[in-house]
Design a protein around this ligand. Structure first.
Ligand SMILES: NC(=O)c1ccc[n+]([C@@H]2O[C@H](COP(=O)([O-])OP(=O)(O)OC[C@H]3O[C@@H](n4cnc5c(N)ncnc54)[C@H](OP(=O)(O)O)[C@@H]3O)[C@@H](O)[C@H]2O)c1
Length: 271
């Protein structure tokens, strides 16, 4: 294990961690990354079988793992569950990783309002609410870390994923603003902006997934960024360059180019 790896895993090692999206690809990989003796992991998701399976792996690695079914579309219920957990244990690290994505079908001209609402809740409104609650406790204690998972989609006006790209853009601005607000109080906020990760979410896409990274590599990069108290981590690095190119391109040209991008997604039932 390199010096960098040791730092990410052990230096400033949080003892109590809450992870949303722990039943999914990246969340489960993060749970496994942190699971070790002496650590307590609160693992949130909706799919009981997958949550129990990841909790079992974490216990085998020596951690205490407490799975909980929480639907992030119901923000007040999620906030109540978070407050209950905080009453039980002071959380050192909160990783809000759950997310949903949707691509408009080629034969549709708009996205569906119900899906847009779910996307707003899961990707933006509820993580923002929970991060704010986490911050209130951490600020009182004078330490703590909050990790959020955005996407490189946040950096582009994606015509075929308006809800997804804008929810991640909102989350990114929230995270960087919260970091600015909390740094003087000893609390760090990190947002990850990944490209393609090999999980159920990206496996729904039809076609190429360039610069694909494994969920384990993504978990390592996210945990490293949190340990180093970075504000933003973009991976793979090429996407940071594309962000810059997009920002420098006149909107009219960028939009014309982005309208030419054809992305298709399998329906949830088939994936
Ligand atoms: N995969 C990629 O290529 C990629 C790229 C950029 C960013 N990301 C981001 O990375 C994060 C993790 O995604 P992933 O790739 O691990 O996808 P995933 O395997 O599909 O996992 C998504 C997770 O979110 C949870 N979730 C979805 N809706 C929820 C809801 N209403 N309430 C509670 N939990 C809910 C899922 O829980 P259940 O399964 O239990 O319902 C699951 O644990 C997401 O924020 C995603 O936007 C992914």
């Amino acid at each position: 294990m390199s010096r960098h790896d040791r730092f990410a895993k052990h230096s400033l090692a949080p003892r109590t961690i809450l992870i949303t999206g722990a039943s999914g690809g990246v969340g489960a990989a993060l749970a496994q990354f942190y699971a070790s003796p002496g650590q307590t992991l609160y693992l949130w998701g909706r799919n009981n079988a997958r949550l129990e399976a990841i909790a079992k792996i974490c216990r085998e690695q020596g951690a205490q793992a407490i799975p909980r079914i929480v639907d992030l579309c119901d923000a007040p219920a999620a906030l109540a569950a978070f407050r209950e957990t905080e009453k039980e244990t002071a959380l050192d690290l909160v990783i809000l990783g759950a997310g949903v994505s949707d691509i408009r079908a080629a034969d549709e001209k708009t996205e569906f309002p119900e899906i847009v609402l779910d996307t707003a809740m899961v990707n933006y409104a509820t993580p923002m609410t929970l991060a704010t609650e986490a911050a209130r406790h951490m600020v009182k204690r004078g330490y703590g870390a909050i990790g959020l998972i955005g996407s490189v989609a946040a950096f582009h006006d994606l015509p075929f994923a308006t809800a997804y790209s804008s929810s991640k853009a909102g989350l990114t601005r929230f995270a960087t603003a919260l970091h600015a607000s909390l740094k003087p109080h000893g609390v760090s906020v990190t947002i990850a902006a990944p490209g393609y990760i090999d999980t159920a979410m990206s496996r729904r896409l039809e076609g190429a997934r360039p610069f694909l990274v494994s969920p384990e590599k993504a978990a390592f990069l996210i945990a490293s960024a949190i340990a180093h108290k970075k504000t933003v981590v973009i991976f793979p690095k090429l996407f940071a360059f594309l962000k810059l190119v997009d920002a420098l391109t006149p909107r009219r040209w960028a939009h014309a180019l982005l309208r030419c991008v054809k992305v298709k997604q399998k329906p949830l039932a088939e994936s």
